[in-house]
Design a protein around this ligand. Structure first.
Ligand SMILES: Nc1ncnc2c1ncn2[C@@H]1O[C@H](COP(=O)(O)OP(=O)(O)OP(=O)(O)O)[C@@H](O)[C@H]1O
Length: 224
């Protein structure tokens, strides 16, 4: 197995309103194909850690590598290529374009990467929607879909460029229990059947206990 993510001696401070040491001496590695959850009390630094590990926040001390590349060494252009190519994101509030169809939303990160023709991309997007069990909804606008369907579209969107890793912040947080378990089971299936690497912040023990490994945060540190 190879490391997909590695953090070495990461510390982070918020300067406003008063200086606050939010991440303390973080060292971790995530290996290929692992499904890892980040858990811990509210305010312990889970989302901040996810943002740092996923390249969305590069204001930290120490180093973070994705697939062997140190994030702080990248120009903004190279960083955005790395994000489009190697990283998928799934958030509690999905940030889909509500006036566009499911298919358009799934294709969008592929269009940004620009490696495939429109037809190839459409075929691939249909494949991902099919994998998520919503191929029959491809032509429907997001604002006409249920919350569970919308979150499945956002999983398909995260998969379109076949990223090395998917970062999820409370992916089931906004769903009723039935849809939450459908979305979670799909994430798990991705790691099992397709060797997808996933790092997920969650409040919910029902789900964190079913991941391969739990990283427990307490007061900005990883609990040993
Ligand atoms: N932009 C910011 N500026 C200052 N402090 C912040 C900022 N963002 C977060 N914090 C503080 O940093 C700490 C960690 O926040 P973070 O959102 O990472 O916690 P969390 O464990 O994800 O919490 P929750 O489970 O409630 O989402 C909290 O005390 C929060 O108030």
């Amino acid at each position: 197995m190879s490391n997909v993510v590695e953090a070495i001696d990461v510390n982070k401070y918020f300067r406003e309103p008063v200086e606050f040491h939010v991440l303390k001496d973080i060292n971790l590695t995530i290996e290929s194909g692992e499904f890892v959850s980040i858990i811990g009390p509210s305010g312990s630094g889970k989302s901040t850690l996810l943002y740092v590990l996923s390249s969305l926040d590069r204001d930290y001390e120490g180093s973070v590598h994705i697939d062997g590349t140190e994030l702080k060494t990248l120009t903004n252009h190279k960083l955005s290529t790395l994000r489009n190519k190697s990283i998928g994101f799934i958030f509690q509030f999905h940030y889909l374009l509500s006036d566009f169809t499911a298919l358009d939303n799934v294709m969008l990160p592929g269009l940004k990467l620009g490696e495939l023709s429109h037809e190839e991309l459409e075929e691939k997007a249909m494949e991902k929607l099919d994998l998520l069990g919503i191929a029959d909804q491809a032509g429907k606008k997001i604002n006409l879909m249920s919350g569970g369907q919308q979150q499945r579209v956002s999983v398909a969107r995260a998969l379109i460029n076949e990223p090395r890793i998917i970062f999820c912040d409370e992916p089931t947080g906004n769903l009723d229990s039935e849809n939450a378990s459908i979305v979670f089971d799909m994430l798990k299936k991705l790691t099992r059947s397709f060797d997808q690497t996933i790092l997920m912040v969650t409040h919910d023990d029902t789900y964190s206990s079913k991941t391969d490994r739990q990283i427990r945060m307490l007061d900005g540190r990883i609990e040993k």
